[in-house]
Write a protein that binds this ligand. Sequence first.
Ligand code: ZN
Length: 380
Amino acid sequence: MQISDNFDSGNIRVIDATSPDNIQLEIKHDNQSEFFQWFHFKLQADISADNEAVEHVIHLNNAGKAAYVEGWEDYQAVASYDRDHWFRVPTSYDGEKLTITLTPEYDSVYFAYFSPYSYERHQDLLHSAQLQLDCRLQVLGQTLDGRDMSLLKIGEEGEGKRVIWLTARQHPGETMAEWFIEGFIDRLLDEDDGVARALLNKAVFYIVPNMNPDGSVRGHLRTNAVGANLNREWLTPTMERSPEVFLVREKMLETGVDMFLDIHGDEALPVNFVAGCEGVVAYDERHKALEDKFKEILVAITPEFQDERGYDKDEPGKANPTVGTNWVGNQFKCLAYTVEMPFKDNDLLPDYSVGWSDTRSSLLGRDFLTGIYHMVDELR
Ligand SMILES: [Zn+2]
């Protein structure tokens, strides 16, 4: 038996992997940070002498000290034999350890917190997009590990055209965010899609599919190469600590923003929801009307979205100004939403085989395009 995390977004430390019925592992912290929860590793399975399948019991010993322990309640880990289809595997949590049990059907199996979105796939997404007539691939600058901060501009600016920004994966372990973006971009670039064509007549899109490529490759949950939580850096970002936010913010100040969606995953809540910027100084009746309408439309479009459960609302003036959605919503006085998808499942429409998944995230991204189509005229 062998366990490895020596690959893109790998994260595990082996404590003891001598006996398949008691494999002891730990999740590594984000670099220079206390946060941890994302795991991703490969198991070369033990096969018995008579070639019988062997049950493997894997304990993540430090799960009880992870960033969001509520995330382990009713959570099932994902596994894959072909690194394409990820299925849920029996998982339990005793308040201390997370225990995954699987009798592998093949020699090698990957496990992860959620379906990974690799750096190579990220590059494929950017470079296939740039082939489309309406799309430009821009590099805003470099991260601390020397990766590109890549931006897709889709559509053309023009008189009266709305400027719509999407960012994803400020928190790199929230891979569903980039799956969402992939679906969104696929649809927006589809010349046969009337909604996309109508939208591009009225708006130009700036999309950052991965706000935190360093954290993604390093296998982090929440921070960049030096332990900065990018979604707490929007008020005073610096090139030394948070170039990712600094560069995107500069570009936003140049283009202006009429609507902002910042795509995330939530460890605990088993539903899709949005969180607005109701606590910022600039928040007013128009803000609220736009928020309410957008939520209403999303509820009407898809049963994967709901507005009953979500985060507690901020009191007026009490919003944390370092959060991306709050900074953008206040600065540009525009509709600004944090979009949250579950790591677990949408319990209103559960799928016991895959849970909330890469495919469902992409489909939700496509549906959000319809939501924006219904809002676009009112965004300014
Ligand atoms: Zn997040």
